[in-house]
Design a binder for this molecule. Structure first.
Ligand code: PDD
Length: 287
């Protein structure tokens, strides 16, 4: 079955989904995006993703392309037309199409919205989580507002490519000796006392929606949390480490720069949190 995308205000074959060469997303990376996880036909953390989308757009002074209720209709329609039950839905909004010029277009232009969906394999994700993944580290060379989910992702692309070339799943980014987050995930450790540690929200990290839900799960499980930065060596000596994102859910990290974490097997706390996350998402997910 041909994949269907939403673009230029309509649904059509993904292979024919073209955007204008003067789209400011293409020219300037002047736009934002969201990646939403869908399991069993239901969006997980949909409200969180939509709220962050509004925040990102607001920070860049780009208007919402349509109201939230209409967006939800398109989100569900993209799923339906692709006959997907477990999926990752990609949403992108740019400032729109205008002749190339750095300032915002003087004349009102409509923000450009695209939406695509692809199948997500939860079993494969579970298998990966059961094995755990390795991460490497690299300097965080990104700009000062990475809390905006901007499509300007070159440092993230380079960091992820470095991970791939090193046979790792992710690169943790390090600023002033401290881990901020991964190239497309949030970074966590578990101390010997069983305390979860992750970088506080602010301009230096993207506030992950999965991070937020994981914090709620930790509270439910009465696991103590400290939102503070940690160094690479603290992480290498931690009891456990893991990453979170819509694409990874909660995935244990078993190696950092070649150093085994704990006994080198996925941590108990991380796996417990993964199960709690799945359970919570199933319970509260909406469409
Ligand atoms: N990435 N940090 C960064 C830099 C990210 O790009 C992402 C998400 C996260 C986790 O956010 P969330 O839990 O809301 O998915 C943290 C998406 C999945 C991507 O770029 O594909």
């Amino acid at each position: 079955m041909a994949k269907i995308a939403y673009f230029n205000g309509q649904y059509g074959p993904h292979s024919q989904a073209m955007v204008h060469i003067d789209d400011r997303g293409y020219q300037f990376a002047d736009g934002i995006y969201e990646v939403c996880l869908v399991i069993g036909g239901r969006y997980w953390d949909m409200e969180g993703h939509l709220a962050r989308m509004e925040r990102s757009l607001g920070a860049l002074r780009i208007g919402m392309p349509m109201g939230v209720a209409s967006l939800k209709v398109v989100m569900n329609e993209v799923l339906r037309r692709n006959r997907l039950s477990d999926a990752l839905v990609y949403i992108q909004v740019t400032r729109g199409v205008a002749p190339r010029n750095h300032p915002f277009p003087a004349d009102e232009v409509a923000p450009a919205l695209i939406m695509t969906a692809r199948r997500f394999d939860l079993d494969q994700s579970d298998t990966q989580a059961a094995k755990g993944v390795g991460v490497i580290t690299a300097a965080d060379i990104r700009w000062g507002r990475v809390d905006i989910k901007s499509i300007s992702l070159l440092p993230n692309v380079l960091a992820k490519q470095a991970a791939v070339e090193a046979g790792a799943a992710e690169t943790w980014l390090v600023r002033d000796g401290l881990v901020t987050e991964g190239s497309s995930t949030n970074a966590w450790i578990v101390t010997d006392d069983g305390v979860l540690v992750t970088h506080p929200k602010g301009h230096e990290i993207l506030g992950g929606i999965t991070r937020e839900t994981s914090l709620a799960c930790a509270k439910d499980l009465q696991i103590q949390v400290e939102e503070r930065a940690f160094s690479v060596s603290e992480a290498q000596n931690a009891a456990e480490a893991f990453i979170t994102s819509a694409t990874n859910l909660v995935t244990p990290v078993v190696q950092i720069d070649g150093v085994k974490i704990g006994d080198g097997a996925p941590g108990r706390v991380a796996l417990r949190l993964r199960e709690a996350y799945k359970e919570r998402a199933r319970r509260v997910s909406g469409a």
